[in-house]
Design a protein around this ligand. Structure first.
Ligand SMILES: [Zn+2]
Length: 258
């Protein structure tokens, strides 16, 4: 077993959810590899920290505002600056994931669950850096994922770092941001054959189609773009999420031109 293979399964191993043969294989690798052993220890500490955290909950009035917000964003062309979004509602997760044909997992739900858990942490990043290029390169080296890291600093959203997340059996890059003390993250992974199965209410924003939905008080905005499927999960209103989505599209287009 290589270090990469170990690290891909480490989170599942720590959770004790691998079968016996795989567990033994990872036990053996950890016994002989100090680096992977320390990564696994960090993961275990991370999980313990997660279990100690209270769950974040979304106020009812926020939900009401979001419902109003999505109606507005669906029909208004010129939107006010998303910088004005209240900091208290600023948790956001932007997700891109791989979906496999025939086995459509409740992907958005899983990502919302991960966000709820990770948003409680002081430092959820596996790789900490405020450098967009550095974070992109880390994903390439760590998991072979090509990741576009958008710049949300004009909106006061600071890059924190990255984490490789498992969604179903797929690997997704999770780029983590924060606004004040609230997390915002971006999941990115190549799309598999068969295409995505995303669900939600159709919304058009600046000439692009998105799907919106709400789970557990968090908003999601998802879409397909070229080789990736994206989903945005957040406590921000839909208007801000759609701005984030649009900015990611622009960043990807710029990267493609270089
Ligand atoms: Zn190793």
């Amino acid at each position: 077993m290589t270090c990469t293979e170990f690290q891909t399964r480490a989170a599942t191993w720590v959770d004790g959810e691998l079968d016996a043969a795989e567990t033994l294989a990872l036990d053996a690798h950890a016994a002989g590899c100090a680096r992977c052993r320390s990564l696994a220890e960090a993961e275990r500490g991370f999980r313990q920290l997660l279990r100690r955290q209270p769950r974040e909950s979304a106020p009812t009035e926020l939900r009401a505002r979001v419902v109003a917000g999505v109606r507005r964003s669906a029909r208004v062309r010129a939107l006010s600056p998303w910088l004005a979004a209240p900091a208290a509602a600023a948790a956001a997760v932007l997700l891109a994931l791989v979906l496999r044909p025939g086995t459509p997992p409740p992907v958005i739900g899983q990502l919302v669950d991960k966000h709820i858990a990770y948003a409680q942490l002081e430092s959820p990043a596996e790789f900490v850096s405020t450098d967009r290029r550095e974070v992109g390169e880390w994903f390439g080296a760590r998991a072979g994922l090509r990741v576009t890291v958008p710049d949300y600093s004009p909106a006061g959203i600071r890059l924190v770092g990255g984490r490789v997340a498992e969604v179903g059996e797929q690997r997704a890059a999770w780029v983590i941001y924060e606004k004040g003390r609230t997390l915002m993250s971006v999941f990115i992974a190549p799309v598999a054959a068969g295409g995505p199965r995303l669900e939600g209410t159709r919304v058009s924003f600046r000439g692009h189609e998105y799907l919106t939905s709400e789970r557990k008080g968090y908003r999601t905005v998802s879409w397909t773009d070229g080789p990736a499927v994206f989903g945005l999960v957040s406590m921000l209103d839909y208007q801000a999420l759609l701005e984030c989505a649009d900015r990611l599209r622009l960043t990807r287009a710029e990267a493609a031109r270089l």
